[in-house]
Design a protein around this ligand. Structure first.
Ligand code: A2P
Length: 410
């Protein structure tokens, strides 16, 4: 903290362990590395946090937006926060009122600095997006959904296995929008005997349901069998979900997400860039457009990356879409005998088409998939803009502030 004029009262930034889905977004976003975690909780180091708020809008659940007034000398330590099951109650602090009405000094309890715009994407939804419901169901009160379908959407392969799961909420309301996600709580406990945390999955169906007018939604879930280094691990939640049977009941929390949402304006163009299961929200959005298709609708363009054709979720259904519905560009990185191709390579190849969309103020961009693709995609967008005389810095800033650039990577 900047201790030039320290106030004895600190407005301490804390994360609510009840709502947090441990998605790591805050830790990745924090520009000063104040956020850390263990297998139990995500926590904020009061000595480092400068209250810049960069982490607030990317958090899908709002668990990050919690504050407690404490005596600076008694700030909650990392060890204390790591042991919490829920946030402590607000304490009465003598003199706190004086501090909150005092001058706005950098670390005064009353002072919240303006948000730092360090994010690459928009922190607001498209202006025409419908208003989302968020967090209607939490760990304490999850919704119970029944599995009504579990279909494999990649071909049989040793290293990959992606499933399309349909969940029905019966008569319990669970309204969602395209681009939102939910959390699934796997049954049982972890190695420490604690209940498993929920895992977050993007919704793959449009707001009116996988099966229209039924209270249901779908997910695209890849069975995790190895970690980022290729070491064999068995993903607790993904294996649970991929093995679900029709009729099984599942604990669901959420919905999450209030910015990565589709514009309701049918004239909006959607430029969608994804890898693997990052295709789920793109499926939700394109399916909404397909169902309500009208002459004069905005254009759809998809860049979709997978290791091979066999490993690309929904390859068959994608190929059977009407040719004039959406421009589809598939990038395969591990097709034997073919050069490794990533989505950003295809965006460069298709620079003229991408530029045409970038020039249109009705274009909205969505990027979802591997964390690593973010840099490549942003570089490709800059390349396209430069080549077509579009000032990228200005355009990027405008896309962000106008709610037209949405990134969700993991
Ligand atoms: P790669 O063959 O290099 O792993 P996954 O199957 O692991 O979910 O990945 C989906 C696709 O995304 C794969 O084709 C993978 O290629 C590709 N990919 C990996 N890293 C990047 C990156 N930095 N930018 C774009 N695509 C990537």
């Amino acid at each position: 903290m900047n201790d030039a004029v320290p106030s004895p009262i600190l407005k301490q930034h804390l994360i609510d362990p009840v709502i947090c889905i441990r998605c790591n977004t805050c830790e990745e976003t924090c520009p000063v590395d104040a956020i850390t975690h263990d297998s139990r909780n995500y926590v904020v180091n009061a000595d480092i946090c400068n209250g810049c708020n960069a982490c607030i809008s990317p958090c899908p659940t709002g668990s990050i937006d919690n504050w407690r007034k404490v005596l600076r000398t008694k700030a909650y330590t990392l060890e204390e926060q790591l042991g919490w099951d829920e946030l402590p109650a607000e304490q009465e602090i003598e003199g706190a009122e004086d501090a909150t009405t005092g001058p706005a000094i950098a670390d005064d309890a009353s002072f919240t600095p303006p948000p730092v715009d360090s994010a690459r994407g928009s922190s607001t939804p498209p202006p025409s997006a419908a208003r989302p419901v968020v967090n209607s169901h939490t760990n304490k009160q999850p919704a119970i959904a029944t599995v009504t379908g579990n279909f494999r959407v990649t071909e049989i392969g040793r290293e990959y296995d992606t499933h399309h799961i349909v969940l029905d909420f019966g008569s319990s309301p669970f309204p969602v929008l395209e681009g939102q996600s939910i959390g699934i709580i796997p049954p049982g406990t972890d190695a420490h005997g604690r209940p498993h945390h929920a895992r977050q999955y993007s919704i793959a169906s449009p707001r009116d349901g996988e099966r229209p007018r039924y209270n249901n939604l779908s997910l695209t879930v890849k069975r995790v069998t190895s970690d980022h280094e290729g070491k064999a691990v068995r993903g607790v939640a993904s294996n649970y979900v991929c093995d679900l049977q029709k009729g099984d009941q599942v604990k669901v929390i959420g919905p999450f997400g209030s910015t990565f949402l589709m514009p309701d304006d049918p004239k909006a163009n959607l430029l969608m860039i994804c890898t693997g299961t990052g295709s789920a929200p793109m499926r939700a959005m394109t399916e909404r457009r397909r169902r309500g298709r009208q002459p004069g609708d905005g254009r759809l363009m998809l860049f979709f990356g997978a290791r091979t054709k066999e490993e690309l979720p929904y390859f068959g259904p994608l190929m059977s879409l009407p040719a004039d519905f959406m421009a589809i560009h598939l990038a395969f990185s591990r097709t034997p005998g073919k050069p490794k191709t990533y989505v950003q390579d295809l965006m460069r190849e298709r620079a003229d088409d991408v530029a045409e969309l970038l020039k249109d103020d009705d274009t909205y961009l969505y990027v979802c998939g591997l964390k690593g693709m973010e840099d490549g995609v942003m570089d490709a967008l800059r390349f396209v803009a430069d080549r077509h005389g579009l000032p990228w810095k200005e355009l990027h800033a405008r896309l962000k502030t106008e709610g037209r650039l949405h990134l969700e990577t993991y």
